[in-house]
Structures are given as structure tokens and as C-alpha cells.
Design a protein around this ligand. Structure first.
Ligand SMILES: O=C(O)CCC(=O)C(=O)O
Length: 277
């Protein structure tokens, strides 16, 4: 029996490769997390700059709590079962009236796993509307395997390699409009992207990329996982991640640097160019 999602939502996920919106908490609760995150951003600007927005859940309590949030993890369990680990996270911030965008891509392409059968909740800390450059998905695209990606390294593209899938039928795309405190969940092979934020306010989404079951294995790079729930994975390469005790505790900084380096080695594996993010 499912914990959070309805039968219809579970079917939607399997049919379309995404399900949205799902309420995780009230708008007020999400707003208070946003305020704390923006305070942390002011206090530790080096750790939030656009080139260092991966794995912030390893060093900041509010984000660690989101990674372990019962509503989020219950919904994940409804889709992938009870044994759950988290690979990484990305804070996707698009400032007001900027040209940053995310090209059409499939997350699993460069993650170095033996399968794309995993999922990513994208949690809205602010509204995410069409004008603000919300995520857009191509329904059913997760059933077609991983398509060829071209690495563009385009300046305003906030994906690592600026990778893009060509010939996407945009007429089929579905915009995932979210209110603060809501999330979407998408499959590792779903084709998606997002346009620039043309509005006058920031758009902030926290992407828990990705929750995986034990049968999904890392085949490029080191195994570094945050245990979330159920049976613990045994395939750790020398580091079992621990939850932070307070913001930026020294062990958590060491862990994040280690995880970020591994993440970068995996995502840029085989690439001649390596950006800082
Ligand atoms: O935040 C965005 O606009 C894109 C996020 C994304 O591609 C992802 O979470 O997989």
C-alpha cells in the first residue's frame, strides 16, 4: 500500500516519467526554509556561488532535513521501494531577469550508473512559473532509452556540459508549475529542460538528484552515498557520508569537498573541457 501517492499519481509517473505537483509542506514553512537558506548564502557566499551548488545538503542542516523529509522520502518509496540512498543534490537558482537556462537533457546520461531507473524530486523554495523558467518535461520520453547528447558548454547553460538532446518535439512539452512547498518528481531518463527567468523575483529549486534503490550501481567513479532509509548499501568506496551536526561543521565540509570532486570526475568523464560546476 502506497504511503503518500495515489494510484493515479503512481501510474502517471510510470506512464509520463514525472508526477507533479505534490505538496510537501505549507507555503509558510517553505518560505521560512528559503529565508534560512538565503541567510546561509550571505554568511557563506563561497559555498553557494553558482559554481558550487552541488551537495549543499551535506553541509547545511535545512537542506539535510529536506533530503530526509518524510513526505519526500515516502513519495520516493512509493515509486522505488523501501531501500533508498541519495546520490547528490543541486541547488538550481535562477536570479530575476537573467538568461540562464537548462537545455533538453536526460539526467542519467552522465551519472555513470548501470541504469536510469531512479528519480529526482525538485522542491520549490519559491514559486516556479512559466515566466520564471519552470521545468518542462516531455511525457513518455523516459521509455525511449538515453538519446544522443551534444555537449555545447554554452555560457548561459547551467548544466555541467551544456549537454543537449536535439530534435525534441516541444509541442508535447508539459510545464511543471509549482508553488512554494510543492515538488515534482521525474525519472532519470525523462527529457526535460527549463527557460530563463524573465520575472522580477528569484526562482529557487532544490533538486534531490537522485534517490536510488540498491540495484542501481555506480559504474564510473567512486561510490559515495547518503543513506536515507531501509537497508544500507554496502558499496561505499572509503567514505560513508554522515549527516551534518550544524551548518558547515568541519567533517561535513571535508565530506562535501570529497563528494563534489567525485561528482565532477563522473559528470565530466571523457570530456576535454571541465567547468567548475
Ligand atoms: O531547475 C531547473 O531549471 C532544471 C533542473 C533539472 O534539470 C533537474 O533537476 O534535473
Amino acid at each position: 500500500m502506497a504511503k503518500i501517492l495515489t494510484e493515479e499519481q503512481i501510474q502517471q509517473f510510470h506512464q509520463n516519467g514525472f508526477v507533479s505537483p505534490i505538496r510537501v509542506m505549507s507555503e509558510e514553512e517553505a518560505y521560512s526554509i528559503k529565508v534560512k537558506i538565503e541567510e546561509a548564502e550571505k554568511k557563506f557566499p563561497e559555498d553557494f556561488n553558482p559554481e558550487k551548488r552541488n551537495n549543499l545538503h551535506l553541509t547545511f542542516m535545512e537542506l539535510d532535513e529536506l533530503a530526509h523529509n518524510n513526505v519526500i522520502v515516502d513519495a520516493v518509496e512509493d515509486l522505488i521501494g523501501p531501500d533508498i540512498s541519495l546520490w547528490s543534490s543541486v541547488m538550481f537558482i535562477k536570479d530575476a531577469s537573467t538568461n540562464h537556462f537548462v537545455s533538453w537533457h536526460q539526467d542519467a546520461t552522465y551519472m555513470g550508473m548501470n541504469s536510469s531507473d531512479f528519480l529526482t524530486p525538485w522542491f520549490a523554495l519559491t514559486p516556479s512559473t512559466i515566466e520564471m523558467g519552470c521545468m518542462t518535461m516531455i511525457p513518455g520520453s523516459h521509455k525511449q532509452g538515453i538519446r544522443k547528447h551534444e555537449d555545447t558548454f554554452a555560457a548561459n547553460n547551467i548544466l555541467t556540459r551544456g549537454q543537449v538532446v536535439k530534435d525534441v518535439d516541444k509541442s508535447k512539452s508539459v510545464d511543471l508549475i509549482l508553488k512554494p512547498g510543492e515538488m515534482s518528481i521525474h525519472h532519470g531518463a525523462a527529457i526535460h529542460g527549463s527557460k530563463p527567468n524573465k520575472s522580477k523575483q528569484r526562482r529557487i529549486g532544490f533538486s534531490l538528484q537522485s534517490y536510488m534503490k540498491p540495484s542501481v550501481e555506480q559504474i564510473v567513479g567512486k561510490n559515495i552515498w547518503m543513506h536515507i532509509r531501509g537497508k544500507k548499501r554496502q558499496d561505499h568506496d572509503g567514505m560513508r557520508l554522515c549527516r551534518p551536526q550544524y551548518d558547515m561543521d568541519s567533517r561535513s565540509i571535508y565530506q562535501r569537498n570529497f563528494a563534489d570532486e567525485n561528482y565532477s570526475n563522473i559528470l565530466y568523464n571523457g570530456s576535454k573541457i571541465k567547468r567548475k560546476y
